[in-house]
Design a protein. Structure first.
Ligand code: CA
Ligand code: CA
Length: 348
């Protein structure tokens, strides 16, 4: 019995060896690891799964510096194409932690108006531009698209506050607002409609969701945690903001405020949350419809309204109009040479 088992086992082993040898001899298959398989079947290899790829926001070339331009010069020294490149200078954004605050002004505040009814408003986390949108940022859009603003296409031009004479001036537009500007000055004479076209273009170029801030967001950052009429205290001061004469509506250079008209963005001290020119320089468009009694519209971004809220005051404003609670409003196609905008984004 024992020997029978031994013989059977040996037979199986020999048969197996024979079949394997036969199979290897006949099998033409070579496995990925270089071996030849039993019965032409390669051993299973666990396929490693590729890591998921998350698309990052596209980086967008910034304003060309001298080195870029030198690198693209032709052998004869002429410019090799820098001016033809389309560059975008994206707005520098600051993260703002959301929260609740008292929006509007207390009845004790001097020069307050009836539409500043004080109430609690809450905002979510968001990002907002450190500065107002500059001429050079807007110029990149125009250069890329050939866009003409409403001041240019309407035949009426831009509303002017120069010399206290109010009214549309045909020859005024963002390129010629009636005073000298450099690339770093805030763009003016842009309507709400113009801002939407700029935003559409910028979002397409950058794949980011820029938008105008709501009225509540604008007051939240203008206050920056303070409850006084101005973020620096109770009294208006040309040391902290670019604004005008005590009586509406003419520019004034006084003290640290060296500008009769617009100042380069960021010329004054930042407010406690690191934002510049929330008071003065140019009025800023919001995305919220204007309601005299608020009614919650201050927290909403509307599609199209007859009038939207405008905030912050300008180079031509009197002290009353650069208070954090001051409200103004503009028609969607309105454009003034003391009005611009800054952008924000939801915090995703
Ligand atoms: Ca001024
Ligand atoms: Ca401003």
């Amino acid at each position: 019995m024992y020997w029978q088992k031994v013989i059977l086992t040996l037979t199986i082993i020999l048969l197996n060896f024979y079949l394997t040898a036969q199979a290897m001899e006949q099998c033409p298959t070579v496995c990925p690891d270089g071996s030849r398989p039993y019965f032409c079947v390669c051993p299973k290899v666990e396929q490693s799964r590729p890591h998921p790829v998350y698309s990052k926001p596209k980086s967008v070339p910034n304003t060309p510096d001298a080195e870029d331009c030198n690198a693209s010069r032709r052998p004869d020294g002429s410019d090799g194409g820098c001016p033809q490149k389309s560059y975008i200078s994206e707005p520098e954004m600051v993260f703002i932690k959301g929260g609740c605050f008292m929006m509007g002004s207390p009845e004790s505040e001097a020069d307050r108006r009836n539409d500043e009814q004080q109430h609690q408003a809450c905002v979510n986390d968001f990002y907002i531009g450190k500065y107002e949108i500059t001429r050079s940022q807007f110029a990149a859009f125009v250069q890329d698209t050939g866009y003409k603003t409403e001041a240019q296409t309407s035949g009426k031009g831009c509303w002017s506050y120069i010399g206290g004479k109010l009214g549309y001036k045909k020859e005024f537009n963002w390129l010629n607002p009636g005073f000298n500007q450099t690339d770093e000055h805030p763009v003016v004479c842009v309507s709400w409609n113009d801002t939407q076209r700029y935003i559409q273009w910028l979002n397409k170029k950058t794949t980011r969701p820029y938008r105008l801030p709501t009225e509540a967001e604008l007051e939240y950052v203008a206050r920056a945690g303070t409850t006084t009429p101005y973020w620096w205290g109770n009294i208006a001061s040309h040391d902290y903001a670019n604004y005008g004469m005590d009586l509406c509506c003419e520019g004034l250079a006084s003290g640290k405020d060296l500008w009769e008209y617009t100042a380069p963005v960021g010329s004054f001290t930042a407010n406690p949350w690191g934002l510049y020119d929330t008071a003065g320089n140019v009025w800023e468009w919001s995305c919220s419809g204007y309601r005299e009694n608020y009614t919650g519209a201050e927290n909403m971004c509307v599609g199209r309204e007859k009038k939207t809220d405008v905030r912050g005051g300008s180079w031509g404003s009197d002290p009353q109009n650069i208070r954090a609670a001051t409200r103004n409003r503009g028609y969607l196609n309105g454009r003034n040479n003391d009005q611009g905008f800054r952008l924000c984004q939801d915090s995703l």
